[in-house]
Design a protein around this ligand. Sequence first.
Ligand code: C2E
Ligand code: MG
Ligand code: MG
Length: 773
Amino acid sequence: MIFRSLQYRIAVVFVGLLMLVMALMLAMVTGSNERIVAAEMAREISAGALVFKRLIEQNRRQLETAATVLSADFAFREAIATQDQPTIRSVLRNHGARIGAKVMLVINPAGQLIADTQRGDATTGSYPVPDLLAVAETQGTSSDFRQMRDGQLYQMVLVPIQAPRLIAWVGMGFPVDDRWAVDLSQMTGLTVSVVLHDDKSTALLASSLASSLDGARRQALPAKLQTLAHDAPKLLTFGDEHFQTLLLPLGQGTSVVLQRSLEQAEAPYRSIQTALYSIVMGAVALFVLGSILFSRRIAGPVNQLATVARCIQEGDYAQPVPSLPPDEIGQLAESLDRMRQGIAEREHKILKLAYEDPLTGLANRVRFLEAFNQHPKGSTAAVAVLDLDRFAMINDALGHPIGDRLLGIVGERLANIVAAPGLVARLWGDEFAFLLTGADETAAIRFAEQLHATLRAPFALDGQRLDVGGSLGIALCPQDGQDANTLLRRADLAMYLAKRKQIGFVLASGLGGDPPHEHLSLIGEMREALDRGEFVVHYQPKLDLATASIKSAEALLRWQHPAKGLLPPLSFIPFAEQTGFIREITPWLLEQVIAQAARWRADGLIIVPSINISARDLLNPELVDQVRRLTTAHKLPAAGICLEITESALMEDPALALDHLNQLAVYGTRMSIDDYGSGQASLAYLKTLPVHELKIDQTFIRSVIDSAKDAAIVNSTILLGHALGLEVVAEGAETAADLEWLRNSGCDEVQGYAIARPMPAAELPAWIAARGG
Ligand code: C2E
Ligand code: MG
Ligand code: MG
């Protein structure tokens, strides 16, 4: 990870570049040092060789001068002339001691020794180096390096003694020993060694005779020289030291070796180089430190910004951007901060748009579903749906702006009665949803009562007093469903029932257990069902008590679902009403039923079918036309069908509903008030309607035998209905006792399982024929 960090990379690039430059510089310096050392060595060796030759020459001259001085000594010449041996030897010794010559001798012109300090008194024999004498005889003097009898090498000089003719030769020899070598070494700055070798070639070099070298090197020298030629410098290695070596001929059978130590020559450069290395190391160390600090200064803020950017990515916009110096990174930080604020604002707006109902400021459906999903799975909760009553009427009468404002105020009141984490949302139009977390049935009922109490207080808008009521459906989690959509649908169905029955609120559990409609409530599915002819109409006969015959029957819709079997209308009609799809079902139903009645008439069976009309149908301006058109088309008299209308359908928009009812009455269609008694419509109000029939709600009929109170209500309703000129129908007679009781109470018609259950159209004629008309 660290290797990929900016800080690391900056440090590596800077230090790497520096090290490259330093390495190049060091390589250059080292290379040029080596060249300088090599040139210097070559120069030193050749200069040393020159100096060496001069010194040898100088020595020779000194010896010659000393010998010449001796040969000019009168007493000495006298002694030679007289063969005075003791004097000769004494003079030789004294003179030799004075000038440092170790060999002093006198030779007669014939080449025989007269005196020799090395031999003491025994002075017989010939001169040991006759070739030198031969040179001296031709050239006057001679000088060379010669190994003498004692094995020592000497620089020998031979000078004539003339008086005036040649009477003898005087020879002097200076030892070529280590001191000699050390002296010359000091003067030339080179090591000096003298080696003995074969006369003809430089090969087979013998051990060194004199040297300024120390023991070991001196020992090793002869062997190393085997490959060396005269006057050709070469680098020789001695252990870990190197010597530039020059071999010069010295005398017969001898050579001098001049050497310069490479390491010594390099020493001053080495110390410079060492200093340079230390400087480079110091510089690199400083640079490493500097670039780490520098890269940290850059990478530190960048890392801080990266942290903030990560927070933004994770949706945390609260993390402030650190304030940095106003350089490029500082500008980047500023931009990032502006970006952070911008994103935060935009997200806030987007969330508002996505989750808030703009009209009321309440949560919307999406937010509601999300809130529900956040509540722990399976824990108790209630989902309630409220639909305002007569809101359409208020909208139409007072205008949409007032309607919108009213929704806003209602929303505010509703928000006040729901405590967090519960939630109120506006689903659409005048429909609100409540999430009551932790609420069981009792709590939900208490909430419903509280809600109605809240709505009962009138709303004041522009000085107008508005009374707003609502119908509430409540679904409980987990009894009625586990997911939000199911619960909302169940609560919706319950709400529709509450609206139809005008009873304030209904619990979804009252709709019946585990209804299969839960997954059906999709318009698309219903539309397909309509196209595929899956909807079927069953007919439930109504018994005319006076004649004991069947003159009419109620058309009841069923859905022959391919997977779920025959579905009752309550499992899809409320949803169809709610979504408006009922407007497509009813015309189809009218066509089916009118056509069926016409076919029965053609067959001689006169049955007036009752068709259930929902609130939306009644408010549909095309309804009257449809009825007119269809009955005409099927040549059915206007009174050949009966339309059943519920009280609640009339309450939505009473004026419009009444207008349509009047048109239908003028045309001659029969009309019936369905489920009478379940709502709040008074008979006094019903009197104003152009209806012909009153259907008493089954809840009353079912208990006429058991409840004296219900029996009294039914009795008085029959009486009042008759008094208003209406035919009275009782529906939901399940037993023979019910039927008997109704017959005695003067009811006109009875519908119920006691007579027959709803049946397919095809079965009705046979059923009627079987009971004898
Ligand atoms: P509704 O108009 O009050 O119809 C009477 C309901 O009572 C029918 O239920 C019928 O089967 C049932 N019923 C009849 N006799 C008895 C009895 O002795 N005991 C009991 N317990 N029930 C009895 P269904 O067919 O389930 O219809 C329910 C409701 O659905 C109807 O109530 C009506 O409001 C609605 N509906 C049915 N068909 C249509 C339709 O084609 N259009 C519209 N808009 N609504 C329909
Ligand atoms: Mg009905
Ligand atoms: Mg009914």
